[in-house]
Design a protein around this ligand. Structure first.
Ligand code: S3P
Length: 427
């Protein structure tokens, strides 16, 4: 499906962005491992999270869906049952990697697979520690790629030093650690998003955090809880950048998650000169949330690299759009992980920006954007990558001339209704 984007004169309005994708996945998984009922409000009905629901149902746990409300009823850690067929994670890396940890702890045989993109993404990073914990695992290409076959159970706790800062790797090991007697520890090179740690505590697990080191105590008695999913800061970021780069705009985004392990892009955009303010800061189910107000601003180029990268990894495509309209260069480095996302996001972002006429140079672990005060409308291919499609649409709002976003239906992965929201803001 193609979406045509015409340049916007101004953007104005109050938008409730959909529920956070990372937290929505975890609410279903932890609900399925907890005794009693878990009720989830503002669940993200995007394709990725629906894949998690389908898999949890295939493992024998009742999941009821009513609009954006989800209820999960389970008997706790030992409730999951052997599935009768292959489990399909679709396009969702979070589903495949976190579920691999849960399946490694469960005493039955299961196979998990996904779409073309997911079957080409690295899975050795979760398979290695789970093998070390004692799960039996076989996967394609010497245990590196899905489909992954797992015979779980009888795990032992480990101390795992992860070579990558990845919340999916950390979470897979911590979730497997729930099934192992004793303490399981993960150490990361830099801290990644900490939703699993926060939600585990909310459900009653014992978790200790010391810098980049996280420990979970195995065999906890988790109990069902109520979860209200905050608005997704990663989805909000498309509207924030749009509000900054389209003249005379003012947008308010209420109830957005502002967990500090997710707000790196806010820091960067503020440092670039963005007029972004946070209001009404509070906490729900262990997650900080607030209302975000953004006004159009002149931006300056910046450098993005080092420990902040995991705090903004999903926002780099849209930050690159902001950089294209900023004064001066923006250099993004230490971001090699981008090559392992839904597309090779270094290559695909560079290609997208060039289509809009921006000057960009590609490196192994990042790129430099030569900012200018003008980009021109383009036909943008999206490589079936939701964040690329939304970034191209945002660029189109501030470009001269019309833009066509090819394969635009992929936004359903994380932001159903995205294009309607843009139309609503542009009136
Ligand atoms: C996610 C972690 C990140 C992120 C992804 C969601 C999560 O991936 O890019 O969109 O929910 O844990 P990595 O852990 O591979 O960096």
């Amino acid at each position: 499906m193609d979406e045509k984007i015409t340049p916007a004169k101004r953007l104005q309005g109050v938008i409730n962005v959909p529920g956070d994708k990372s937290i929505s996945h975890r609410s279903i998984m932890l609900g399925a491992l907890s005794r009693g009922e878990t009720e989830v409000e503002n669940f993200l009905m995007g394709e990725d999270c629906l894949s998690t629901i389908r898999i949890i149902r295939a493992l024998g746990v009742e999941v009821l869906v009513d609009n954006n409300l989800v209820a999960i009823r389970s008997d706790g850690l030992e409730a999951l049952r052997e599935p009768v067929d292959v489990l399909d994670a679709g396009n969702s890396g979070t589903t495949m990697r976190l579920m691999s940890g849960i399946l490694a702890g469960s005493p039955f045989y299961a196979v998990i697979t996904g779409d073309d993109s997911l079957r080409s993404r690295p899975m050795g990073r979760v398979i290695r520690p789970l093998l070390e914990m004692g799960a039996e695992i076989m996967a394609r290409n010497n245990n590196l790629l899905a489909p992954i076959a797992i015979k779980g159970g009888n795990l032992r706790p480990i101390n795992y030093e992860s070579p990558v800062a990845s919340a999916q790797v950390k979470s897979a090991v911590l979730l497997a650690g729930l099934f192992a007697p004793g303490c399981t520890t993960v150490i990361e090179p830099n801290q990644s998003r900490d939703h699993t740690e926060r939600m585990l505590r909310h459900f009653g697990a014992r978790v200790a955090v010391d810098g980049t080191q996280v420990t979970v105590w195995g065999k906890p008695g988790l109990t069902g809880k109520k979860i209200i999913v905050p608005g997704d800061i990663s989805s909000a970021m498309f509207l924030i950048v749009a509000g900054l780069i389209v003249k005379d705009s003012e947008i308010v985004l209420p109830n957005v998650g502002v967990n500090p392990t997710r707000t790196g892009a806010l820091q960067v955009l503020k440092a670039m000169g963005g007029d972004i303010t946070l209001h009404n800061l509070r906490e729900i189910n262990g997650e900080p949330i607030g209302d975000i107000k953004v006004r159009s601003s002149g931006l300056k180029g910046t450098e993005i690299g080092g420990a902040i990268i995991p705090y903004l990894i999903d926002e780099i495509p849209v930050l690159a759009v902001a950089a294209a309209l900023a004064e001066g260069d923006t250099v993004i480095s230490d971001a090699g992980e981008l090559r392992h996302k839904e597309s090779d996001r270094i290559a695909t972002v560079v290609k997208m920006l060039r289509a809009f006429g921006a000057g960009v140079e590609e490196f192994t672990d990042g790129f430099v954007v030569h900012g200018a005060n003008k980009i021109t409308g383009a036909v943008s291919e999206t490589s079936a990558d939701h964040r690329l499609a939304m970034s191209a649409a945002v660029a189109g709002l501030a470009a001269q001339g019309d833009t066509v976003v090819r394969g635009a239906e992929c936004v359903h992965i994380s932001y159903p209704g995205f294009f309607n929201t843009l139309k609503k803001l542009a009136v």
